[in-house]
Design a protein around this ligand. Structure first.
Ligand code: P6P
Length: 339
């Protein structure tokens, strides 16, 4: 193989090769977490194939059902949720699962062995945007089980983000990207649809400084606390000349807004307000996994007072206010809220 060919081949790093390379750094690694990440990458490829053809496949629109959140269940919501379950339930890697789409925990069917990991996921975040061809995403968190054996329980699910062993998201946009961390930095992979592989395109993602954007639904500003309104004015450069005003970008799809801020620098916030006293976003399978990713990329995630990763969950679908992105912007939000 010529030098140029060798150099070229070294640039093509699939997610399989990357996860294996990472695993080799840890002698105690058994490969089960590696295989679980493969499973999720495969689920991402499958969901991507469906979301890219949603209109053509006449699966747009609602199922007529509502989920535990009281939200209309989009057909793609169900498809994504079922795909992740079907690809992983029989592998022996999980003790238990939990999904935004299911009121209670999802047990591993008795005919299959239980494993050491716990998977929490939002199968298709931002699904209200599907009909308008706006990017949506999958979010996942992986913990080690706390119970010693047998079927996993709620005790295995209600763990703080600080104990997470891996987290990631898949964004189905102009291209499909798989972004994950096992606690040793954040790496991003782009799906090459011609070969059906995720290829390493964004190694060692770090949230850049200075930040460019702030992402919030200012349609709710009248419901926000005065301190959050003051924080928003600060972000806009109103009344303070000591920093550059940020541009506002808000897609209404957390994964998309978060991903943009990961690459360009910025803060996303969905604060508590009069109508959402605990905020809107879910702690276990939305805020906590993205908080894990943000911290691994040099950023921070807070509920306005404490790190998201330090919150001890009490309920499966518990909500939390969320400020996430550049560490400087999130700590500034905490200062406005706590002074
Ligand atoms: P709003 C989507 O429903 C979601 O959970 C996030 O993806 C998104 O950032 C937020 O809610 C949008 O909520 O109230 O601004 O429409």
């Amino acid at each position: 193989m010529g030098q140029n060919q060798q150099q070229q081949s070294q640039k093509i790093i699939t997610i399989e090769r990357h996860v294996l390379q990472t695993q080799r750094l840890y002698p105690e690694a058994t490969g089960r977490l590696t295989n679980l990440l493969y499973d999720l990458a495969l689920a991402g490829k499958y969901i991507a194939s469906k979301t890219s053809r949603a209109g053509l496949a006449q699966i747009l629109g609602h199922t007529g059902q509502t989920n535990v959140q009281g939200e209309k269940v989009m057909k793609l919501d169900q498809l994504a949720d079922q795909a992740i379950f079907d690809l992983i339930d029989h592998t022996g890697r999980l003790a238990v699962m939990a999904s935004e789409e299911h009121e209670n925990l999802i047990p591993i069917p008795e005919k299959y062995p239980c494993g050491e990991y716990v998977l929490l996921f939002d199968p298709l975040d931002g699904s209200s945007n599907i009909d308008y061809n706006v990017s949506v995403g999958t979010i996942f968190a992986i913990h080690r089980r706390k119970t010693s054996q047998g079927p996993g329980t709620m005790a295995d699910i209600l763990q703080p983000g600080r104990t997470m062993v891996a987290a990631g998201y898949i964004v189905y946009g102009a291209s499909t990207m798989f972004v994950y961390s096992t606690g040793h930095g954040v790496d991003g992979f782009t799906l090459d649809p011609d070969i059906g592989e995720f290829l390493l395109t964004h190694p060692n993602i770090r949230i850049p400084e200075p930040p460019q954007y702030y992402s919030a639904n200012q349609g709710y500003q009248s419901l926000w606390s005065p301190s959050v309104v003051a924080y928003t004015h600060w972000l806009q450069g109103i009344g303070s000349s000591n920093h550059d005003a940020l541009s506002q970008r808000y897609v209404g799809s957390l994964v998309t807004d978060f991903h943009r801020n990961m690459l360009a620098g910025g803060v996303y916030y969905y604060p508590a307000d009069i109508e959402h006293p605990q905020g809107k976003l879910r702690l276990l399978y939305e805020a906590a996994p993205l908080a894990f990713i943000a911290e691994q990329a040099g950023g921070l995630a807070s509920n306005g007072h404490d790190s998201i990763l330090d919150i001890q969950p009490e309920k499966l679908h518990q909500r939390t206010p969320l400020f996430i992105g550049n560490r400087s912007l999130v700590t500034k939000a905490e200062k406005f809220i706590n002074n």
